[in-house]
Design a protein around this ligand. Structure first.
Ligand code: CA
Length: 483
């Protein structure tokens, strides 16, 4: 198997983790900031939110009600152009946590953790939480951090917590039966996993000792099903929620018939997504779930502040990928378009300069690992991908990297006779270029897409045939990168 033969060629580095002491860290302007000594280690609160596209007030979406996250963004750095490594839970989270791009492990599917289990186990440091653990941190995990069982990163956690599920009408989201996609019962927050989890997180924060901690909190909403307490549905008048234009199917291997929604949820009417009322209901459900999670995040951040932890805790809010809410005639993820690849990233570091100022710089999820390591004075293994974006935390006006890369595969029906294709996509400040290949590692190019975001932010006009010079430039950049 190509994948395994390439994996065996990957050199495994083992480096003793070192803690930078005394000298601190220097920002681009030469001034020292952040952690100073080993006795002054920064904690990390890492909040992952499942399927959260930047559908938040602080990202300029005016109908959505997300006051808690909006307030947090005013105290930190909001990244307007943050791109995930892959538009699916498994590979996006695998790349984030391990620092390895799919160009190394060649897995763009939701089985990335499982497929790479043996390979991951061989690495000296299996993930960035593991890096923190080896450096003396207590590392805690609750909710959805990996994809599937948390023990897919068995060396990473000091403790894996389970949400308290005491409510008699607890809403279990698991299982594959034909459940309603949207449901808002008149129940308290704690009757839902994310609400119960928030209670557990707050209780745990109150008991943490003096050791530095890395606390990973993984919310499962707004992932399907769109279930949340009724009061969050009541925040909205569904008629006033703006709807995406129900346009033409894209001429792209990315198109898929919203299979996750259609296959697993059975209450939609016969016409399904062709019914505008059903599409409205779905978007209402997504918005309710976003507001529900917003409230839970606010409760956690309030507790962090009440405990005085905000003075020495880095807080990261991360969405594992975006979601199409009708754009490209899709309700789902798994595409190589902007809507599936752009996600939420807001970071706050103690002593951050210019808090509340967003940045337009392009950053990638895979950059978070080395950036957190640098912030905390830790040395990550040298085989990880990603670029440190410490400068952007100090100065949001910097231009940042020239491009962000993502990886994907086709999930829909065969496209022009090709049953399965693999995508490498490059987002520059102006363009999105998508290169569809037979394999991620080999440049046997089958189809190209090019979208100019200055004139076509919805990515509906493929310019690949009209702009050969631009295509050639990006093709060369990808070839050099892939090699
Ligand atoms: Ca997800």
């Amino acid at each position: 198997m190509l994948r395994f033969s390439l994996i065996t060629k990957v050199t495994i580095w083992c480096f003793t983790l070192s803690v930078i002491t005394q000298q601190g860290l220097e920002s681009s302007d030469g001034r020292s900031s952040f952690a100073k000594t080993s006795a002054d280690k920064l904690n990390v609160l890492f909040i992952a939110v499942d399927d959260l596209r930047p559908e938040l007030g602080c990202y300029g979406v005016d109908y959505i009600q997300t006051p808690r996250i909006d307030a947090f963004a005013k105290t930190g750095r909001l990244f307007r152009n943050h791109y995930v490594t892959a538009p699916s839970c498994g590979p996006s989270r695998y790349a984030l946590l391990t620092g390895l791009s799919p160009k190394v492990n060649h897995d763009t599917t939701n089985h990335a953790f499982k497929q790479n289990l043996e390979f991951t186990a061989q690495r000296c440091i299996e993930s960035f939480p593991h890096m923190f653990k080896e450096a003396g941190y207590e590392t805690l995990s609750i909710g959805k951090i990996c994809h599937g069982k948390q023990d897919t990163l068995p060396r990473s956690w000091s403790r894996i917590l389970n949400p308290l599920r005491n409510h008699p009408e607890f809403q279990n989201n698991s299982g594959k039966t034909q459940r309603p996609a949207v449901r808002g019962l008149d129940l308290p927050d704690a009757a839902y996993q994310d609400g119960a989890m928030t209670d557990t997180v707050i209780e745990t924060l109150r008991t943490l000792g003096d050791d530095p901690f890395f606390f990973a909190v993984g919310f499962t909403k707004p992932h399907l099903p769109f279930w949340a307490p009724k009061k969050y549905f009541d925040l909205y008048d569904a008629e006033n929620i703006p709807q995406a234009k129900w346009g033409n199917k894209p001429d792209s291997p990315s198109y898929h018939p919203s299979f996750e929604l259609i296959q697993q949820y059975g209450h939609h009417p016969e016409v399904g997504l062709e019914d505008p009322a059903y599409r409205r209901q779905l978007k209402h459900g997504y918005a309710a779930c976003v507001s529900f999670v917003d409230e839970q995040i606010g409760r956690i951040l309030n507790e962090v502040e009440a405990l005085g932890l905000d003075e020495n805790t880095i807080i990261v809010l991360w969405g594992d990928h975006g979601w199409h809410l009708g754009e490209h005639r899709i309700f789902g993820k798994h595409t190589s378009f902007e809507k599936a690849l752009k996600s939420v990233l807001i970071m706050r570091t103690p002593g951050m300069k210019k808090p509340g100022r967003p940045t337009d710089a392009l950053v990638q999820s895979i950059d978070i690992y080395p950036t957190l390591a640098k912030l905390c004075g830790l040395t990550p293994p040298k085989d990880i991908n990603g670029k440190i974006f410490l400068d952007l935390l100090n100065n949001p006006s910097l231009p940042g990297p020239e491009y962000a890369l993502s990886y994907n595969q086709s999930y829909g029906p065969p496209f022009r006779g090709q049953p399965r294709m693999y995508a490498v996509t490059l987002r520059s400040r102006v363009y999105r270029y998508i290169q569809w290949q037979k394999d991620l590692a080999e440049g046997d190019i089958l189809f190209r897409e090019l979208y100019d975001h200055r004139s076509d932010p919805d990515e509906t006009n493929n310019l690949a045939a009209k702009e050969p010079k631009v295509v050639k430039r990006f093709e060369k950049m990808l070839r050099e990168h892939l090699d």
